[in-house]
Ligand binder design. Structure first.
Ligand code: ADP
Ligand code: MG
Length: 288
């Protein structure tokens, strides 16, 4: 790139106050959807995560894997099914979710971060008792082994963070007491609960749209700032639907739980993470 030296220095110096203020803080990033299927974007996210670690941000990466799970279900002759943005998870689907998320997607992300020079540690919500869940009851609809989180034990994350690892979390969890089922937990929701449990400063959800749109077909209708109180109305009107429902709801939950800021960003744009953290170029939707 043909950038004059003074401009290069300017960019670094402009980032200085942000870098200083972020050192030692905790940021939880959730990554899924289209941001995960494009190779170039996957690499850019991994580079951002490594950079965040280098400037002293305690970074936790929580991942989904919807497209990979869909692809594996289809290979095995099963059609993916959703209810209100959540995957209907029968016993066989749960087994596939576990294999794809904890076995494949998780390790691929860990390897990618390490290729970019970072230290990553892949764990599922089962490991260290991180995520404990029970069968989600949502409006009477039977979602099978979709779990709602009952308890987060973030000790395993603290251990990894203390030793300089980026924990990479796949969001399956175990039942409580004598319930020995495994549960498929929406990754947005898990990211929010983990952010609360860690006392994180920021929750960032990377997805495949610019943020919350009033009209999905028009990116000009981006809602830059959304007060929590307006969320139920937008869901009731159907403006916020499908996979965006757990996102807005969990951003609200994170804020209520003490996380200072929650953002929904376009993960398709390379380096949207470091632009959000280290510049004043606000993008996406911030929940207030
Ligand atoms: P991810 O894999 O990142 O969790 P999801 O597919 O679960 O992605 O959720 C994001 C999707 O939510 C978008 O691709 C879009 O189709 C849908 N969506 C529904 N309502 C809205 C809205 N108002 N604004 C933006 N996206 C919306
Ligand atoms: Mg989703």
């Amino acid at each position: 790139m043909n950038i004059p030296d003074n401009a290069r220095a300017d960019i670094l110096i402009q980032a200085l106050p942000y870098i200083k203020s972020w050192a030692g803080k905790t940021v939880v990033v959730k990554y899924g959807g289209a941001a995960m299927t494009n190779e170039g974007v996957r690499q850019a996210v991994a580079q951002d995560i490594v950079l965040m670690g280098c400037v002293g941000i305690r970074t936790v990466l929580v991942h989904g894997g919807g497209p990979e799970i869909d692809a594996m279900l289809r290979r095995l002759g099963k059609e993916p099914a959703f209810v209100g943005g959540l995957r209907f998870t029968d016993e066989e689907t749960m087994e596939i979710v576990q294999m794809v998320l904890a076995g494949k997607v998780n390790k691929d992300i860990v390897a990618l971060i390490q290729r970019e020079g970072g230290k990553a540690l892949g764990i599922s919500g089962i490991d260290g008792g991180l995520l404990r869940a029970r069968r989600l009851a949502k409006g009477g609809a039977d979602l099978g082994f979709v779990g709602e989180i009952v308890k987060v034990d973030a000790a395993v994350l603290d251990c990894a963070l203390r030793d300089g690892y980026v924990p990479v979390v796949s969001t399956i969890g175990t039942g409580i007491k004598d319930d020995d089922n495994y549960y498929n937990i929406n990754a947005d929701t898990a990211a929010a609960e983990i952010a609360v449990a860690l006392g994180a400063e920021k929750l960032i959800l990377l997805t495949d749209v610019p943020g919350i749109l009033r009209d999905l077909s028009d990116e000009g209708t981006l809602v830059a700032e959304l007060p929590r109180a307006e969320i139920p109305g937008l869901v009731a009107e159907g403006v916020v639907a499908k996979g965006m429902i757990p996102k807005v709801e969990c951003c609200a939950r994170a804020i209520e739980g003490g996380v200072s800021r929650a953002h929904i960003l376009d993960g398709r744009h390379p380096h949207s993470l470091i632009l959000e953290l280290f510049t004043d170029a606000g993008s996406g939707t911030m929940i207030l």
